[in-house]
Design a protein around this ligand. Structure first.
Ligand code: NAD
Length: 489
């Protein structure tokens, strides 16, 4: 821990001295609305000042992205590929710096953020590898025509990201957009702006031309809103809350914006009595208590079959009580502090909600004795799916356990939610797994596995969890236009 703190201190010197400025057309600029402060959730200290952008700053960035678009689009694919591979290599070489800053800014444990930084590099490497085929079309001949389809980059795009794993999520959107040939204006989350600054710096140093990636910091209601309304911005890739997703759809309506929305979840993990219970237990714990439970794909509702409920919950309680809560830079820490006071107040308010609704707080539900926004990993049992703790996205290390007796009942409970991002099914009955996954309302389902992301597969949700998919070729479908050309034969 001491070693990491010393390294972090050295890394923060520049942020303390210069703050974080917006990056537009390869230049550092201030924000028209002045500055705001980013706070570390570890001890509530001010990390640094951040430029607060407005509609004028967004306009400057959109103009820069527009001006840079033609050259970036027309740059030979091989040259763009080589720049993006350089970005991947540069991220790898600065992965420790990225991870340490991310932990300090978000409260996420280093144990998980060092992997997230490397996944950022992998996002660039994967989409760079697809560049040469991104524009490939299909020949769909008819009796009188040779029909060719091609794909061309849609134009400058806006990327709006949340605070939970900001670096990884930003690269997940920005890498395919750049690989498709689009230029980007990025509006990072106001609660965790540090690593977005590192990303634009790394990208420019690795050879990305000025104006191809621009970063405007600020709040959703001014910089974010202006980005979604800007006429030069052709599409918005958004990750965040469901209600913000609806706002963005409305704001983008006048300019007919294409939107991809990755939103919230209240994802079920269903454990049947014939499952491998040791593996299921590990996965249940990992999928709600890693990344502070501040994870859209977390399994926050445990649906456990009556016949095994008592033993499974007893083993769960014992494990949850052993989870190490602590300083995010301590390599042994599993759960760090929550992002902000507002989020801490929201998460902890559910302890009282659970009591009032008649659930049992079987583990946690209390605060460790610390100065930051820490909460103990929490498990609610004896819950029903009608309770608020089962219906609302808490977005913290808080799990709600609900019993079921039959497969039909499990399915009914699992689908009885406004959300539909992920689902996790644990059973050794293959026929049941096929039947169940076919009826489960979710964009992504894993059977006998925790969430294992494979970049070529589609990512996204149904219902209030989002619109659209990215991942693999789906990302290019979003950042590119399909064009049909018919040649008379
Ligand atoms: P949020 O919606 O409050 O903010 C996300 C971003 O949107 C921020 O950059 C914010 O400034 C911006 N924003 C806010 N209002 C805006 C507006 N009117 N116009 C344009 N931009 C606006 O979300 P959050 O609290 O930062 O993140 C947590 C949420 O993100 C959770 O609901 C979580 O489930 C979701 N999330 C989803 C995924 C996914 O892939 N589905 C991944 C991570 C997080």
């Amino acid at each position: 821990l001491d070693d990491n703190l010393a390294k972090l201190d050295a890394l923060l010197v520049r942020f303390r001295k210069d703050g974080i400025r917006n990056r537009i057309n390869g230049q550092d600029v201030g924000g028209a609305l002045g500055r705001f402060q980013t706070i570390s959730p570890i001890d509530k200290s001010v990390i640094c000042d951040v430029a607060r952008g407005d509609a004028g700053d967004i306009d400057d960035a959109a103009q820069a992205a527009h001006a840079a678009f033609a050259d970036w689009r027309d740059m030979p694919a091989r040259q763009r590929k080589s720049i993006l591979l350089n970005v991947a290599a540069a991220i790898e070489s600065r992965a420790e710096e990225i991870a340490l800053c991310e932990c300090h800014d978000t409260g996420q444990a280093l144990k998980f953020m060092s992997k997230a930084a490397l996944r950022g590099a992998e996002n660039f490497r994967y989409f760079a590898a697809q560049i040469e085929s991104a524009r490939d079309g299909r020949n769909l001949p008819s009796p009188t025509l040779m029909n060719i389809t091609t794909r061309t980059p849609i134009g400058p795009v806006g990327v709006i990201t949340p605070w939970n794993t900001p670096f990884m999520l930003s690269t997940w959107k920005i890498a395919p957009a750049l690989a498709a040939g689009c230029t980007v204006v990025h509006k990072p989350a106001e609660d965790s702006p540090l690593t977005a600054r590192l990303l634009v710096e790394i990208a420019e140093e690795a050879g990305l031309p000025p104006g191809v990636l621009n970063t405007v910091n600020g709040f959703g209601e001014d910089a974010g809103k202006a980005l979604t309304e800007h006429p030069l911005i052709r599409a918005i890739a958004f990750v965040g809350e469901s209600r913000t997703g609806s706002l963005i759809t409305k704001q983008g309506a006048d300019t007919l914006k294409r939107v991809h929305l990755e939103l919230g979840g209240k994802n079920p993990v269903i454990v049947f009595d014939d499952a491998d219970l040791d593996r299921a237990l590990d996965a249940v714990i990992f999928m709600i208590y890693s990344i502070n439970g501040e994870r859209c794909t977390s399994s926050s509702r445990l649906l456990v079959q009556d016949s095994i409920r008592e033993t499974f919950e007893a083993r769960l309680i014992e494990r949850v009580n052993r989870i190490k809560v602590g300083h995010p830079l301590d390599p042994a820490t599993e759960v760090g502090p929550l992002i902000s006071k507002a989020h801490f107040d929201k998460v902890t308010s559910y302890f009282e909600t659970a009591r009032q609704d008649g659930a049992t707080i079987a583990a946690g539900g209390t605060l460790p004795d610390d100065t930051g926004y820490y909460v103990r990993p929490t498990l609610f049992t004896h819950a029903t799916n009608a309770m608020r703790i089962a219906r609302e996205e808490i977005f913290g290390p808080v799990l709600t356990s609900i019993p079921f007796s039959s497969e039909d009942e499990a399915l009914q409970i699992a689908n009885d939610t406004p959300y539909g991002l992920t689902g996790y099914v644990w059973t050794n009955d293959l026929t049941r797994a096929l039947r169940f996954t076919d009826r489960l309302q979710a964009g992504m389902i894993w059977v006998n596995s925790e969430n294992v992301r494979h970049l070529p597969t589609p990512f996204g949700g149904v219902k209030a969890s989002g619109i659209g998919r990215d991942g693999g070729d789906w990302s290019f479908d979003f950042y590119m236009e399909q064009k049909h050309i018919g040649f008379a034969t």
